[in-house]
Design a protein around this ligand. Structure first.
Ligand SMILES: Cc1cc2nc3c(=O)[nH]c(=O)nc-3n(C[C@H](O)[C@H](O)[C@H](O)COP(=O)(O)OP(=O)(O)OC[C@H]3O[C@@H](n4cnc5c(N)ncnc54)[C@H](O)[C@@H]3O)c2cc1C
Length: 348
């Protein structure tokens, strides 16, 4: 008879790794993480070259293993990737790379996990395939071929772009960092749909994440008033580089883009501009297309139905979803807490 794993975790980046660590600590041995990447950490390695985390090393580690180096310094994306790879080796967490899960089904009291050429079986499943996999581009662009445009997840460095004016759409931290980087040697326009709010990375010599934790905001659950209020606020831009670049007139701020026709962008205040290329820093949409289980996803958007990562389908769990429980849920520093909660429910 085919081997039935106790738990299969789909995705072997920080969320899957945090989950795997908790389960192994609890004594679950029949455990496997499956991931299409070549190496653990590749989801960080593949991000844009200049990416430096906004969380300091002391807030960029998973439970049980600190990041090497000054805890107040900020890790590069490659340091983060290497840390995750080292973490998996340190705790000897079982994983199978170069393998994409294509379909998950439930049959009686176990799950069938299909990859391109294999089938695995498990009693429980944790989906850790990331909320940042499927790029979202708003449907505002016409005559697509007349203009070069990419999503921020495909951006690697300034040299990849053509010369000329670049419009960045989206005022989150990715849009802000890319805008600042490109403003060094070209004209940059940043289109935002909400008022920018800035938070310094350091306050009174301590990381802003230290203060967010002290103020009981970072890990405040969505079932608390504090958590609910925090969730309603748009994420701030961490650091002061963008503010400075706007002040120095290196970046021009425009409101929401409502239409792009050829190389002409139309903004919500009625203004228009000629541009040469666009970077859509407009975020991601959750993608659970691999789940083929009745009652697991909401019928309208295909979003996972869950409470704190626990699906109404027995044996199915999620980890790493934004606001799964708190702001920290989709951050390195918070995912371990959610993993602990899921482990407790899963092993009951
Ligand atoms: C640009 C950017 C900057 C960020 N900066 C910070 C920061 O400074 N600090 C911080 O704490 N957080 C930051 N985050 C947020 C978050 O920590 C990261 O996005 C992190 O990578 C999320 O980890 P994850 O494990 O949930 O998902 P991911 O890292 O996206 O990993 C998901 C994994 O699932 C795998 N997978 C996907 N589909 C399948 C499938 N069908 N079968 C098997 N495996 C699959 C993928 O290959 C991948 O390895 C940032 C995010 C972005 C996008």
């Amino acid at each position: 008879m085919e081997h039935i794993y106790e738990v299969i975790i789909i995705g072997a980046s920080q969320a899957g790794i945090a989950m795997s660590h908790q389960l192994k600590q609890k004594g679950i041995k029949s455990l496997l993480m499956i991931d299409p990447q070549k190496r653990i950490g590749d989801s960080w390695r593949s991000r844009y070259k200049s990416l430096v985390l906004f969380t300091p090393k002391s807030y960029s580690a998973l439970p049980g293993l600190e990041m090497q180096g000054n805890p107040d310094s900020y890790p590069t994306k490659d340091e983060m990737a290497d840390y995750l790879e080292g973490y998996v080796a340190h705790f000897n967490l079982p994983h199978k790379m170069n393998t994409m899960v294509t379909r998950v089904e439930k049959e009686n009291n176990y799950f069938n996990v299909f990859t391109e050429d294999e089938r695995f079986q498990s009693r429980k499943i944790v989906i850790a395939s990331g909320a940042f996999q499927k790029p979202y581009i708003p449907p505002v662009i016409h005559n697509e071929n007349e203009l070069s445009h990419i999503h921020s997840s495909s951006y690697t460095e300034p040299e990849d772009l053509n010369d000329g004016i670049v419009l960045i759409v989206g005022g989150g931290n990715s849009g802000a960092q890319i805008a600042v980087e490109l403003s060094e040697d070209r004209e940059v326009i940043l289109a935002i749909s909400h008022k920018l709010k800035f938070l310094p990375l350091q306050v009174f010599g301590k990381s802003i994440f230290y203060w967010l934790e002290k103020l009981q905001l970072l890990y405040a659950g969505t079932d608390t008033i504090r958590g609910k209020l925090f969730q309603k606020r748009n994420d701030p831009i961490f650091g002061k580089e963008l503010k400075q670049a706007i002040k120095n007139k290196k970046i021009l701020i425009k409101p929401r883009v409502i239409e792009v026709i050829g190389n002409q962008a139309f903004f919500s205040d009625g203004s228009t501009m000629k541009i040469d290329q666009i970077i859509w820093a407009t975020g991601f949409i959750p993608s659970c297309e691999i789940i083929h289980i009745d009652g697991a996803l909401d019928k309208n958007g295909g979003r996972p139905l869950h409470h704190r990562g626990i699906s109404p389908i027995e044996g199915l769990y999620y980890i790493g979803l934004p606001w799964q429980h708190s702001r920290g849920s989709a951050l390195v520093c918070g995912v371990g807490k959610d993993a602990m909660y899921i482990m407790d429910k899963l092993t009951r």
